[in-house]
Structure formats: C-alpha cells, structure tokens
Design a protein around this ligand. Structure first.
Ligand code: ATP
Ligand code: MG
Length: 218
C-alpha cells in the first residue's frame, strides 16, 4: 500500500533536526552584503531556512537619527520577497527596547517545538568581534552556532582573539567580498550620489519615495 511507504518517511522527516539560519541586523537599509552572506550560509551549511530579524528601535536613542522600525521592516521584506527560503520576523521590533540576540534565540526555540532546532546565527566578522560586549555572549554561543562571514577590512585570523567560550561556536564562512555597508549607502544618499547596484532596486526606490537618509528627511 502506498500509505505504508509514505508514513515512515514522514515520521523520519518529523524527527530530523531543523537547521535554521538567523540573520540579525539593523538593515538601515538592507543591501546585497546582507543578502549574499545569508544565501551563502544557506547553501554551504545546508540550512532549512534563513529568518531575517530587524532590530527594534531603542527608545533611549534619538529616533530621528535611526529609520523607523516599520520602514526598515518594509525594506527587508522587499529585499527577500523573491527568495523562497528567506523569511522575516518582527520578533525584535515587537518586543520593543534594545534588542538582545539571546532573548530572540530563547523565544524562537519555542516556535519549533516539538521539533529540535539547531540555530545558526549569521553575522559578519565585524559583528562577531563585538560579541563579548553583548548580553550573555557565552549563552548565545551555547545555544547557537555563530557563522562569521568575511567582510572587507576584517580577517578570519582576528577571530583568534575571541574568548574560547565564543570561539568554539564560530563557523568561519568565506564569501565573495562586498565592500558595501549601510553607512556608505546613507552617506551616498545624503550626498546625492548613486546607490544603484548596492541593493535591490525596490529598496532603492523606497528610500527615495520615503525621502530616507536625505538631509531634509532627517
Ligand atoms: P552599518 O554601516 O549601519 O553598521 P551594516 O552594513 O554593517 O550597517 P548591519 O545591519 O549593521 O549592516 O549588519 C548586519 C549584519 O550583516 C552584521 O553581522 C554585519 O557584520 C553583516 N554585514 C553587513 N554588511 C556586510 C558585508 N558587506 N559583508 C559581510 N557582512 C556584512
Ligand atoms: Mg554594522
């Protein structure tokens, strides 16, 4: 019977452990540097999906200087819409206040129950080097793999300086280097320079439509 053959396969799928990538960032705005490291991690680590998690707006920060969480969320949606294994979560935006990766990882684990899930927190080397300053960094390294993607200006050998508790969770990932940053995109827009081919054109046009990053928009 066909049913007999299908059932064991279904059961083994159900029991297998999921490998989920988490791509955190301010995404102010999202650009091809973010999209390339997420896709490379998805392929080389054989992940089931990658969830983009835009950070919330810290209430203590001057809200004029950082783009609203809503606009950053919309830009991130537009950037990932054509990729079937990219997803997005508002978890850090809705939580409000400063975003802590450890809180997000703890909360997300419940989403997958009763399945077991292996998390891969995807970052650039610059972000990994900052990690000792984050909330509960050793816990982050205990509950997730930390994927450290190469980024211009940073070197894999710098990872050696990390404390052992973090280092043992780090998976270095060599990617085609893209010298693109959100800072450079904001600077170019403010200076009236082109940002074409730095980021998806949909996001580029949204920036102009909402008058983000221009001197008057601030
Ligand atoms: P900003 O200049 O405002 O800091 P950013 O370009 O660094 O923006 P973030 O939102 O701060 O973007 O970064 C989110 C994550 O993406 C971080 O882990 C960062 O290291 C990584 N990342 C961003 N741009 C690149 C890039 N060009 N190559 C590799 N990793 C990148
Ligand atoms: Mg950054």
């Amino acid at each position: 019977e066909r049913g007999d053959m299908v059932l064991p396969q279904r059961r083994s799928n159900f029991m297998s452990r999921l490998k989920v990538g988490i791509m955190g960032g301010t995404f102010d705005p999202i650009h091809f540097g973010h999209l390339v490291i997420a896709e490379e991690a998805y392929i080389s680590l054989n992940l089931s999906e990658v969830i983009f998690v835009p950070t919330g707006n810290p209430p203590h920060k001057n809200n004029k200087m950082i783009t609203s969480a809503e606009d950053r969320y919309i830009m991130t949606c537009m950037a990932i819409v054509d990729n079937p294994h990219f997803k997005i979560s508002k978890i850090e935006i809705e939580r409000g206040g400063p975003s802590h990766t450890i809180d997000t990882l703890r909360e997300m684990r419940h989403w997958y129950l009763p399945r077991e899930v292996e998390f891969f927190f995807i970052t650039g080397i610059d972000a990994v080097l900052q990690m000792p300053l984050w909330k509960e960094p050793y816990e982050i390294a205990r509950v997730a793999h930390i994927v450290a993607a190469s980024r211009p200006g940073y070197n894999v050998s710098q990872l050696e300086s990390l404390p052992e508790e973090i280092k043992r969770a780090v998976i270095p990932l060599e990617i085609p280097l893209l010298a693109i940053s959100s800072t450079e995109i904001r600077r170019r827009v403010a200076a009236g320079q082109s940002i074409r081919y730095f980021l998806p054109w949909t996001v580029e046009h949204f920036i102009y439509k909402r008058n983000l990053y221009s001197l008057e928009g601030r």
